[in-house]
Design a protein around this ligand. Sequence first.
Ligand SMILES: Nc1nc2c(ncn2[C@@H]2O[C@H](COP(=O)(O)OP(=O)(O)OP(=O)(O)O)[C@@H](O)[C@H]2O)c(=O)[nH]1
Ligand SMILES: [Mg+2]
Length: 360
Amino acid sequence: MAWNLFGGKKKNELAETSESDSSNPEDGESDSPAGDGGSSDASPADPTAEKKGFFGRFKQALVKTYSVLNTDVRDLLKNEGRLVDDDFLKELFAILIKTDMGAGPASKIRDEIKSQFRGRKVYMADFIATAKTTIREIMDQPERPIEYAESGPTIVMVCGVNGAGKTTSIAKLTNMFIKDGKKVVLGAGDTFRAAAVEQLNVWANRLGAEIVMGSQGGDPASVSYRAVEAAVKSNADICIVDTAGRLQTQTNLMDQLSKIRNVMQKVVPEAPHEVLLVLDATAGQNAISQAKGFSAAAGCTGIVLAKLDGTAKGGVAIPIRQEFDLPVKYIGLGEKEDDIALFNVDTYVDALFPESFGQE
Ligand SMILES: Nc1nc2c(ncn2[C@@H]2O[C@H](COP(=O)(O)OP(=O)(O)OP(=O)(O)O)[C@@H](O)[C@H]2O)c(=O)[nH]1
Ligand SMILES: [Mg+2]
């Protein structure tokens, strides 16, 4: 059972999906901030449990960010509120910046508080409401699951800097598709690192996906071509191609991504249907600067924000959404194949500011 991973794609779940898109902040509010939203608390037969589970998983992913932000804001505002003056605005900005939301979004929240409350007292509820509204406005995007090909296999290319979480994210996506009854072919296009092919092969065997591999040091374009070809031949639904980690400054490696695209198109002219840029949330703002050139060079269509669970810098999803001008499609919540969720702005904001925010 997917965690609403497919948006509206699963016809037999449409009724549940529309309810469980977690735009309701009350979902799972009985959870602790750490959330208990692992796979244990939702049963397929119980949509309420699924709602709690989906929200709980977001809370779990953001628990480190929430904890720091909550403590700082509570210390700032106390129970009695604070007069909005220059000192207060400076302190507030410094607190917001710590989440790695970036200067733009932090200034926007600060300025909004300033224009609404200057010379008066601001209370916790005012802050939460202003922050949530402002972040929602900045991030505004509909849920965007994978866009499927109209016919034939959907070809997905995955790229990003070294160690961002590409291969693990591919495993998670594969698991999600297979659970949804889809046939998946993987292409081990990272021929650069010695253990990379084996890492993907282990996942493929464990999850039950077909895999096309080449030799280490071989041509990634050739592997990608053969993977797409195999997907067409075997009537697969999805073909996901892994690529080696690279930096946007490595021109030859960035050109290699274009070459991979070109050879895919010889088999399926519309390929790749999706180019997912995997970003490491633990790198915070560095994740943005490291991967800034990727979007244009690789023709990215969406972002997977991996390792959100491992960081107190979870505010980074906000500038990522802005800077790349791409939808954040999925978030990574851990190292296991189930640790993925479809990204939803409302759920993200509600998880950052759950009902417990500001309380002891
Ligand atoms: N906590 C956590 N760890 C993750 C997540 N995604 C990946 N990892 C871990 O991050 C490390 C790197 O993940 P990989 O998937 O190998 O990253 P990659 O981008 O394929 O790396 P290269 O192929 O070397 O460029 C591994 O130890 C993963 O288990 C996540 O969402 N949460
Ligand atoms: Mg890899």
